[in-house]
Design a binder for this molecule. Structure first.
Ligand code: GLU
Length: 444
């Protein structure tokens, strides 16, 4: 039995009750198969057994008081998965679906994503099952302060640098940072996505979505195409989706649909981003209200039906496993040619295989959405130097990083005999970087 098969066989048994983590680990291991027969030293070093266990997972209590004076309690997590390449780096997610399995899958993906950026950052993820929806500013602040009152013990500019993710944006990072500084008395670069007034970086807000636009542009250009004249469907309407839409429009594409957890809007004239930004970023309202502003736009309940819309390019930017086999089949029969994952693991394993079998170009999240964390690393550099770069400087670096990632995954796929299979390409290229660092550092 091969080394990969031996490890795969035990994955379920060793991670009971963690379906998302098992899914992410299985996808990576399956991709790595062709490398292992040739490299017996990995098995000797028990590399896969080591890489599949987090260096550390912290679970903590987050008590806080709501506006009615009621005491509420949530679970907090920080999974520090792998620090071979650099200090732990990865976002914090506040969403009711957060549990240990989701945290482990995200932190695991983050290891390889961060490896692909070419920058010195290890993999981690954190979060809470706290639901920020409908909470007042004061409640968000109380929660963030309580969360940081425990987390501050485990983070630092050279150990672990969290950032935002679903449910955690500029407002939350501000409150988290304020509490960190109050507890430690140190104005350190311990969180990225900070406000521009206290150590943040230009382009960090836009980076994940812009990066997705840039890498897809690379994939299109490599095939003699461009966004020009293409219909694009983007799920989600959070930070990633909004700035992916902005970049797609700048590159000549037409975004015809966006969504939130209640349903999706279809605007055949092309989505007006100014209206989406006003609704989602300023007023924090439902996407359904967009249809009331635009006579030609329609709102439909149920978010997965967004994939029934015919399009050339699909960009799932909402959440994990949002795109299943049925959606993949519909997209394929409607003529989709390119899929780029703005979210982490939005496509199920079966749907991924459907796309690959149909010859669709699929850019996986760990490559396609790496622009966010890469720009976080650029924020860390600026913070250390205490000299900020301009918007144009950071944007240029982001473009170069995304082109580098595209070349890297394209070459890795082709060299291992899987041309155009970017799932394999990203997993192999990410793994090679991390495994080299682990092998060099001995049995730790
Ligand atoms: N949450 C983002 C991600 O999934 C960004 C993480 C970061 O900037 O540290 O990559």
């Amino acid at each position: 039995m091969s080394y990969v098969d031996k490890v795969l066989e035990k994955i379920e048994e060793k991670n009971r009750g963690e379906p998302e983590f098992i899914q992410a680990a299985t996808e990576i291991l399956e991709s790595l198969r062709p490398m292992f027969g040739l490299n017996p030293e990995y098995e000797k070093a028990a590399l896969l057994e080591r890489i599949l266990i987090p260096e550390r997972a912290i679970i903590f209590r987050v008590p806080w008081v709501d506006d009615e004076g009621k005491i509420r309690v949530h679970k907090g997590f920080r999974v520090q998965f792998n620090s071979a390449v650099g200090p732990y780096k990865g976002g914090i997610r506040f969403h009711p679906s957060v549990n240990l399995s989701v945290m482990k899958f995200l932190a695991f993906e983050q290891i390889f994503k961060n490896g692909l950026t070419g920058l010195s950052i290890g993999g981690a993820k954190g979060g809470s099952n706290f639901n920020p929806k409908g909470k007042s500013d004061n409640e968000i602040m109380s929660f963030c302060q309580s969360f940081m009152s425990e987390l501050y013990k485990y983070i630092g500019p050279d150990t672990d640098v969290p950032a935002g993710d679903i449910g955690v944006g500029g407002r939350e990072i501000g409150y988290l940072f304020g509490q960190y500084k109050k507890l430690t008395g140190i104005h350190a670069g311990v969180l990225t996505g900070a406000g521009l007034d206290f150590g943040g970086s230009y382009v960090r807000t836009e980076a994940t979505g812009y990066g997705l636009g840039y890498i897809m542009d690379n994939a299109l250009k490599a095939r003699g195409e461009s966004f020009e004249g293409k219909d694009v469907v983007i799920s989600g309407s959070g930070n990633v989706a909004i700035y992916a839409a902005e970049k797609v429009e700048q590159l000549g594409g037409k975004v015809i649909s966006m969504s939130d957890s209640s349903g999706y809007i279809h605007d055949p004239d092309g989505i007006s981003l100014a209206d989406v930004k006003q609704l989602k970023e300023v007023e924090r309202k439902r996407i359904s209200e967009y249809a009331e502003l635009k006579p030609n736009a329609e709102f439909y309940c149920g978010c997965s039906d967004i994939w029934n819309l015919p399009c050339d390019v699909a960009l799932p930017c909402a959440t994990q496993n949002e795109l299943d086999t049925k959606s993949a089949e519909t997209l394929i029969s409607n003529g989709v040619k390119y899929v780029g994952e703005g979210a982490n693991m939005p496509t199920t394993l079966e749907a991924t295989n459907k796309f690959l079998d149909a010859g669709i170009i699929l850019l996986p999240g760990k490559a396609a959405n790496a622009g966010g964390v890469a720009t976080s690393a650029l924020e860390m550099s600026q913070r250390s130097m205490r000299i900020p770069w301009t918007f144009e400087e950071v944007d240029k670096k982001l473009q170069d990083i995304m082109s580098g990632i595209y070349k890297n995954i394209d070459t890795a796929a082709a060299e291992h005999g899987f041309k155009d299979n970017y799932i394999r390409g990203a997993n192999i290229a990410g793994f090679l970087k991390v495994s080299r660092a682990m092998m060099a550092q001995g049995v730790v």
